[in-house]
Design a protein around this ligand. Structure first.
Ligand code: SF4
Length: 595
């Protein structure tokens, strides 16, 4: 229930930006909504569900972008510099939120707003300049056509201390998996947010605000923060693996368990460990660490290759545009990772769309002659995709539309139109269920059952069994939805728990929150996302996996013989969720969650 107390943590203020008429208007955000959805992903889901008509084309002027900070953004809480953006996805046709690190969020929230709602289509290329009192519509004609690095440099040069979020040519050309890049290298990667920016002729958003939100109980907040920092530092994953070896540390353990595949998930990855190990990268190419705003972990990597300083790589890029395509040399992987960022492309969708194309080619199903392990070919195709030139016109549509165009959907490794991340769901039953039931499509960040099934965090469960996975999946999906709304980085979840989040949220906002409240908020958000999708006819029929995962056993390595037993888990999952057999939330559940 809303109180009479002033707001802390939140500003309680949002700005609605009409780029078509070059108007903006601030509005007060209802406190009840803040308490029920927190911010970030939660507010995005709430706003889009209640304010968008069914059936709007993602490139229609009526599509809406919600940029969102959370109640913990730019407070002393570790990893509170993350940022969220939501819209209707041109890749899936459903609701998409995309979470990004870097240093944009403090400048955005520093503009004394929690959220920005962007509507309409600008007449000419535009960038938005947001400060504490206004939004300016600046001409971006000179920036249109420029890549992300050029755009970032030009805007930083012009505005000095600021946060820059921008698109590259891929977004301008409406590539369905175009990303929005923060700081020139951190990505709102998944789901095609960049293409929606492009459709609205928005080249960039620059935020220059400098106001910190008020914190209700600074002393208590700092005590909890100290406790969290201690746990993060002492934890072997956050304090050691991620800090010392970055996200590449994931590669080593996944390889050993046989969770990784190559060549469009056709073959298990059983060679290349020496070249691809995290240690090899650090021995040869590591330059320095990189951390997002207020993050003690610093999982980001900066490479030095042949004298060139480049950002990355990340584990997911190492997979998608690396060994998935038969590319094992870090020099190529880092360069291709940077090329994707420069052009504004999601590395996962780009890589898995390319692997789909190469497999189609090898099977003689398309006329292009493509082969595995050819970095020069990959670079050319990525560039063509960003321009929608030649074969790139089809690649820009993503793997599902590409495979469907030749009548062979089964070669697209996707869920709901979004391409699979690195973890082969056949090797981790729970992860298979998490991919299939993810509202935004195949995603390792809606629930990470790899944690319990492979890493043994907090306890190991048998990865080959389907029993009990539904419950674990629901809990994680709900928790992650809340974490994405606070907004914190999920990586610190190895060391901290919902109790830390509720206590610190209480200290920052002065409102009462329990661990149960956090989980209920997450559940509400997950259900609202589902309701948005159901309204768009994306229901349980799409809670599935590529045929390969269900029917083709892994052909070698430690996971040999496994497939995903999805339908052993799905019924229980729906029951636990309070959804019907079509994956639709029942009326009782909607009422219980006060949606
Ligand atoms: S752990 Fe990594 S991704 Fe998360 S906030 Fe820190 S640097 Fe960013």
């Amino acid at each position: 229930m809303a109180s009479q107390m002033p707001l802390y943590g939140w500003f309680g203020r949002a700005v609605e930006i009409d780029v078509e008429n070059r108007k903006f208007e601030y509005y007060e955000v209802d406190e009840d909504v803040l308490l029920k959805y927190l911010g970030g992903r939660g507010y995005g889901a709430y706003y889009l569900y209640h304010n968008m008509r069914r059936g709007i084309d993602p490139f229609d002027p009526e599509n809406i972008i919600v940029l969102a900070s959370g109640p913990l953004t730019n407070t002393p809480v570790p990893t509170s510099g993350r940022f969220s953006a939501s819209t209707k996805s041109p890749l899936t046709g459903g609701l998409i939120d995309s979470n990004c690190g870097g240093h944009f969020a403090p400048f955005f929230k520093g503009s004394r707003i929690d959220f920005a709602i962007i509507k309409g289509v600008a007449e000419t290329p535009t960038y938005l300049l947001i400060d504490e009192a206004k939004v300016e519509f600046r001409d971006a004609s000179q920036l249109w056509g420029k890549d992300v690095h050029e755009t970032y440099a030009a805007l930083k040069n012009k505005h000095g201390r600021c946060g820059v979020s921008c698109i590259g040519p891929a977004g301008e050309n409406l590539v369905r998996f175009a990303s929005v890049i923060i700081d020139g290298h951190r990505a709102h990667g998944r789901g095609g947010l960049g293409a929606v920016f492009g459709s609205k002729k928005i080249k960039a958003v620059v935020a220059i605000g400098n106001t910190r939100p008020a914190v209700k109980d600074q002393h208590k907040t700092l005590i909890i923060v100290k406790d969290m920092l201690k746990l993060i530092d002492a934890n072997p994953i956050t304090g050691k693996a991620l800090s010392l070896l970055g996200t590449l540390s994931t590669f080593n353990i996944m390889y050993r368990y046989g969770v990784l595949s190559t060549r469009n998930f056709k073959d298990p990855l059983v060679d290349g460990f020496e070249e691809l190990s995290a240690e090899k990268y650090h021995e040869l190419y590591f330059h320095r660490k990189f951390a997002c705003h207020n993050c003690p972990v610093g999982c980001g990597r900066v490479s030095k290759i042949d004298g060139r300083i480049m950002m990355g790589p990340e584990f997911e890029s190492q997979f998608a545009i690396g060994f998935n395509l038969g590319i094992y040399d870090y020099r190529d992987i880092v360069e291709i990772h940077n090329l994707c960022n420069q052009l504004g492309l999601d590395t996962i969708s780009m890589g898995v769309t390319l692997s789909c194309a190469i497999e189609l080619s090898q099977e003689g199903l398309i006329k292009e002659s493509l082969r595995w392990g050819d970095p020069e070919l990959v670079k050319r195709l990525i560039y063509e995709t960003s321009q929608r030139a030649g074969f790139g016109e089809l690649l820009a549509e993503g793997s599902l539309r590409l495979a469907k165009s030749v009548g062979h959907e089964e070669y697209a490794m996707q869920v709901k139109g979004m391409e699979l991340p690195a973890y082969d769901p056949r090797a981790s039953q729970g992860m298979g269920l998490a991919y299939a039931t993810s509202n935004r499509g195949a995603c390792h960040l809606r629930a990470y059952l790899i944690g319990v099934e492979i890493l043994g965090v907090p306890k190991r469960v048998d990865r080959t069994l389907s029993a009990f996975k539904a419950g674990l999946c629901v809990i994680q999906q709900n928790l992650y939805a809340a974490v994405d709304s606070l907004i914190l980085c999920k990586f610190i979840g190895y060391a901290t728990h919902e109790e830390h989040y509720s206590r610190v949220l209480e200290a920052v906002t002065g409102r009462s929150f329990t661990s149960e409240d956090i989980m209920e908020i997450g559940e509400r958000i997950y259900n609202v996302e589902r309701l948005f999708n159901v309204r768009e006819d994306i229901d349980g029929r799409y809670d599935t996996l590529p045929k390969r995962m269900l029917e083709e056993p892994i052909s070698g390595g430690p996971s040999q013989g496994y497939t995903t037993k999805l339908y052993d888990m799905l019924h229980e999952y729906y029951e636990l969720r309070g959804w019907d057999s079509n994956g639709v939330p029942r009326r009782g559940k909607i009422e219980e969650l006060k949606i």
